[in-house]
Design a protein around this ligand. Structure first.
Ligand code: 4NP
Length: 166
């Protein structure tokens, strides 16, 4: 019976679109993207169609919660978020996710260093889905969470529009 339940669970998972947001530390941009994207799909009633997670490419912040500046910005914009612990991307994530989405060019290089070559074309940058593809600046360095928030919203809107058309 347990085996059958596992089989069903896997079948359900297979039919969901699995999105993994990736940044350097997993405390600023990728968790912001995770919660902003979750809020967007929730508002569209598409919650059960997706599995959404975010991870780091570095060990710097592993185990740490979202940066207070990111929390402040999400709160200000009424985006729900939960307490979490930063984790690092693994080679298995490449098989487990359909879309592996970095924030800037250096993330892409770091992702490939960990997961290997992108044979299935799963790796992209968030603003590739916008009309103006570019990197998303790291607010950990810039201190500007408003610009980062706006860029992530632009990318997530583009991503949803792209996915809806699939
Ligand atoms: P994030 O920002 O990649 O947007 O989460 C960073 C947070 C921490 C560090 C780098 C980037 N760090 O080196 O600790």
């Amino acid at each position: 019976m347990k085996e059958y339940e596992n089989y069903i669970e896997n079948e359900i998972k297979k039919r969901k679109i699995k999105v993994l947001f990736v940044c350097l530390g997993n405390i600023c941009r990728s968790p912001m993207a995770e919660f902003i994207f979750k809020d967007m799909i929730n508002k569209k009633g598409l919650n059960d169609k997706f599995i959404v997670k975010s991870v780091a490419t570095s060990y710097e912040e592993i185990g740490n919660d979202i940066h207070y500046g990111a929390k402040e910005k999400l709160t200000q914009k009424n985006i729900p978020f939960t307490k979490r612990k930063a984790t690092i991307i693994t080679a298995e994530d490449y098989n487990n996710y359909d879309f592996i989405i970095g924030m800037e060019e250096s993330n892409i290089k770091n992702i490939k260093r960990i997961v290997g070559e992108d044979f299935d074309n799963k790796i992209s940058k968030l603003l590739d889905y916008s009309d103006n593809p570019r990197d998303i600046a790291d607010p950990w360095y810039t201190g500007n969470f408003e610009i980062t928030y706006n860029d992530i919203v632009e990318g997530c809107n583009g991503l949803i529009n792209y996915l809806i058309k699939l």
